[in-house]
Design a protein around this ligand. Structure first.
Ligand code: SF4
Length: 198
């Protein structure tokens, strides 16, 4: 789906893309929502970067990322960072979204853009919460500077063999969850709570 979104954003007709046979209409709707959102946000008058690789090694060695889309509007010095989520099971908020702040920081460094404001935009077509399928959160660049510090602190902790393990919903995406003692303990506690009577 990310590849289809990128192709549509790069100018291919969304109706001509190779969707799946059983879910093609839903996929087409999702791609159209994503592309229309970015177009309405001013893609024609700004600089658009699609699947942009970002280098954050200035923040911490080895840090990098790839943003789904970045739109820079020079007149407002506004950077919009987009993330497409096709999943429906986990609602993703734009507010204080670390993934998007990370991309925004990477864009500011890699692309050398003068910024006044940053906006996180989550497009999650199949997860329509009260706040809708397109969710936004705008901040000043001061927040990015503070976030820089958060990245450095967190990145340093990954190098510590005794770093604390903090289980939570994010474990769902962790490749280490099968062997993580904190995740196992948390799962056992939940099971005890749910099946206590048995
Ligand atoms: S499974 Fe363990 S290592 Fe992975 S995110 Fe959860 S607590 Fe951290």
């Amino acid at each position: 789906m990310h590849e289809l979104c990128a192709r549509a954003l790069n100018g291919e007709d969304p109706f001509s893309l190779p969707y799946s046979e059983d879910n093609g209409l839903e996929e087409l709707d999702a791609v159209c929502l994503y592309v229309e959102t970015i177009q309405k946000d001013g893609a024609a008058r700004g600089r658009l970067f699609v699947e942009q690789r970002l280098d954050l090694s200035a923040v911490y060695p080895g840090c990098f990322g790839t943003a789904d889309a970045i739109l820079y509007l020079p007149e407002e010095r506004l950077l919009r960072v987009y993330d497409f989520k096709y999943g429906r099971g986990v609602h993703v908020a734009a507010e204080d979204n670390a993934q998007l702040l990370y991309y925004a920081l990477g864009a500011a460094i890699t692309l050398g853009l003068p910024l006044a404001r940053v906006e996180n935009v989550i497009v999650q077509p199949r997860c329509k919460s009260k706040s809708g399928a397109v969710r936004r959160w705008g901040v000043s660049t001061i927040v990015l500077l503070n976030f820089w510090e958060r990245v450095v602190t967190a990145a340093r902790r990954t190098a510590d063999p005794a770093a604390e393990l903090l289980p939570g919903r994010h474990c769902f995406f962790c490749p280490g969850k099968q062997i993580c003692p904190a995740h196992l303990k948390s799962a056992q506690e939940k099971a005890k709570w749910e099946f206590g009577d048995l």
